[in-house]
Design a protein around this ligand. Sequence first.
Ligand SMILES: C[S@@+](CC[C@H](N)C(=O)[O-])C[C@H]1O[C@@H](n2cnc3c(N)ncnc32)[C@H](O)[C@@H]1O
Length: 295
Amino acid sequence: MPRRRSADRRWDTIARVASDDYRSASYQVWQAMAAGWDRERSWMWEVSRPVSENMLEALAPEPGQTILELAAGTGETGFGAAHAIGPAGRLISTDFAPEMVAAARRESARLGLTNVEHREMGAERMALEDDSVDGVLCRWGYMLMADPARALAETRRVLRAGGRLSFSVWGAAERNPWASVPARALMEHTGAPAPKPHDPGIFAMADPDRVRALVGDAGFGEPRLQEIEVSWRFADFDGYWRYLTDLAGGIALVLQGLPDADSDAVRSMVERGVAEFRTDGGLALPGVVLNAAAQ
Ligand SMILES: C[S@@+](CC[C@H](N)C(=O)[O-])C[C@H]1O[C@@H](n2cnc3c(N)ncnc32)[C@H](O)[C@@H]1O
């Protein structure tokens, strides 16, 4: 069935292990997601705020410091640090996707933040001097990178001695049905193979032992790990489906490329898969992140 094969090919490309093909597919995904993330930033922030507040608490930014945010997306987490470091400090807000950087830049201007520098920058090779920043934030970024070990080594290189790293990755698939149910439905429907445990993707750093190993190998001390729960709330299944097709990274791009009949079939599978999370007010899908802080 040729229509299925085209969906399979997209999925295979997105899921490919550490390679330039993966990087360029991921770049295309996030370029395409930027408009939706920009439009829905207030709703996303409402859901994700406890994650960022915990990260900022661990970072403990001080007035006058230079803070680097990696894979900043639309920028919200870093903007919290920008307030704390004040006019004498500097937030370097970065992402490899120019559309995300543009969205973050528009928002910092709207907020009247004058201490933010926006840059297009990949986290696996940073155009920054050694020992040049006091703290690093990265929310939901490292696990998507083709080579998170390299990104963490780069993070260590640009951080001054004693500087703090505070980041967040998604926890185990079974505790994040909002993402694992549609991912499984897509695999079942297209016959695409499951990603290997360390393939880049949403669950690539869900194992706390892997996080500890990656952080330690990059030259940091033992990280402090904390689980934070989130709840993705939608007025109805249609709202969740819109989220999946507009904002959900690689899943969204695959869904957008499916012919109608395949899309309808996957939609029914997902609807059945999340039925247990129906509430009087719509849908409330649980999620768990792992926040890590290290020096
Ligand atoms: C799931 S979004 C998270 C965005 C933002 N940190 C947040 O939490 O709202 C992932 C972001 O990582 C960025 N990204 C992915 N791989 C990257 C890389 N190798 N270097 C820099 N940014 C990257 C994407 O462009 C995207 O903005």
